[in-house]
Design a protein. Structure first.
Length: 168
């Protein structure tokens, strides 16, 4: 900063003194700044350890995580909530991931909704399993064990990201 000697004016950066006032960029008003809307994720896994691990991976992010222990609970939550992404385990009791995804896709069609991205979480990366996931309506799949970086890269790639809204 350059200070004008014997002046009671506030010091200003030297560049600001050389730039005409009309050409200076206005100081951003934080009330007009965009604030991100939370991305709502439904995590479906029967293993509590897996749910806890993904919860820890997403701690401190702008993602809102809801969990379900099986496909039947997931379908109920999906139909009564709004989600931007579903992370779905394949092998679960009560209703597996394939049946849950088929049920969700049928419900979306009945409701005239755009398909929500559903990512399969599976220990198998065999071609037959990937094809079975696609046939059931999964958008993609991630192989377990899931690494934090892999998950954090997949979410913005597949999630339906809500638009930024202006703060009031």
């Amino acid at each position: 900063m350059h200070k004008v000697p014997f002046s009671d004016k506030e010091p200003q950066p030297v560049d600001a003194l050389k730039t005409p006032a009309a050409a200076r960029k206005p100081v951003p008003n934080h009330f007009e700044a965009s604030t991100p809307t939370l991305v709502a994720i439904l995590l479906v896994d029967d293993m509590e350890d897996n749910r806890l691990l993904i919860t820890l991976f997403l701690k401190g992010t702008t993602y809102r995580l809801d969990t379900a222990e099986n496909g039947a609970i997931a379908v109920d939550k999906f139909q009564s909530g709004t989600y931007d992404l579903v992370l779905m385990d394949i092998q679960m009791p009560v209703m597996d991931g394939y049946q849950a995804t088929l049920t969700i896709r049928a419900w979306e069609r009945e409701q005239g909704r755009f398909p929500t991205p559903i990512i399969a979480l599976t220990a198998s990366a065999l071609t037959e399993d990937v094809e079975k996931c696609q046939a059931a309506g999964f958008t993609s799949h991630l192989t377990k064990p899931i690494k934090k970086t892999t998950l954090l890269e997949a979410i913005p790639r597949y999630a339906v990201i809500p638009p930024l809204e202006k703060a009031i």
